[in-house]
Design a binder for this molecule. Structure first.
Ligand SMILES: [Fe+2]
Ligand SMILES: [Fe+2]
Length: 134
C-alpha cells in the first residue's frame, strides 16, 4: 500500500517539476513499503539516502525554475524549502541512529509535505508560469 498515489491534484502544470515530484513520490512509496514490510538496515537506509539526494536536487531545480520565470514568491518559497530540509535532516538522523527503523512521524511529515507543499505552495509558481504562457 503506497503512502500516496499520484493524482491530478498534484499536477502543478509544469512538466519537468511534475516529473521530479513523481520521482520523489515513487521513492517515498518505496521507503514506505520497505518499512511497512518489516525492513530495516541498509536497504531502508539506501532508499532514505536516495530520497534525501533527490529532494536536495529537486529543491535546487525548482528554485532555479522560479528564478528563471521571475516568480515573486521565490524568496519565501526558498525559506520553506530550507525548513523542510532541516526537518528532513532531523528525521533522517534519527532513522540512521535506529538503523533504518522508521517511525510513523516521518511518514506523517512526508504526507504533509506532499499534500500541503506541492498542492499549496508549489502550485503558485505553476499558476504563474501558466498565466505567462497563456
Ligand atoms: Fe517547493
Ligand atoms: Fe516541489
Amino acid at each position: 500500500m503506497p503512502i500516496m498515489l499520484w493524482d491530478d491534484s498534484l499536477d502543478i502544470g509544469v512538466a519537468e517539476m511534475n516529473r521530479e515530484h513523481q520521482g520523489l513520490l515513487d521513492l517515498m512509496n518505496a521507503l514506505y513499503d520497505a518499512s511497512h514490510g518489516g525492513k530495516t538496515g541498509p536497504e531502508v537506509l539506501d532508499l532514505l539516502k536516495k530520497l534525501e539526494t533527490a529532494t536536495v536536487e529537486h529543491f535546487r531545480d525548482e528554485e532555479a525554475y522560479m528564478d528563471k520565470i521571475g516568480f515573486p514568491g521565490a524568496p519565501g518559497h526558498k525559506l520553506i524549502h530550507k525548513d523542510l530540509l532541516e526537518k528532513f535532516g532531523t528525521h533522517a538522523n534519527a532513522i540512521r541512529a535506529q538503523n533504518g527503523q522508521i517511525s510513523e512521524d516521518f511518514f506523517k511529515f512526508l504526507r504533509f509535505w506532499l499534500s500541503a507543499h506541492i498542492r499549496g505552495i508549489d502550485i503558485k509558481y505553476g499558476q504563474m508560469s501558466h498565466a505567462k504562457a497563456g
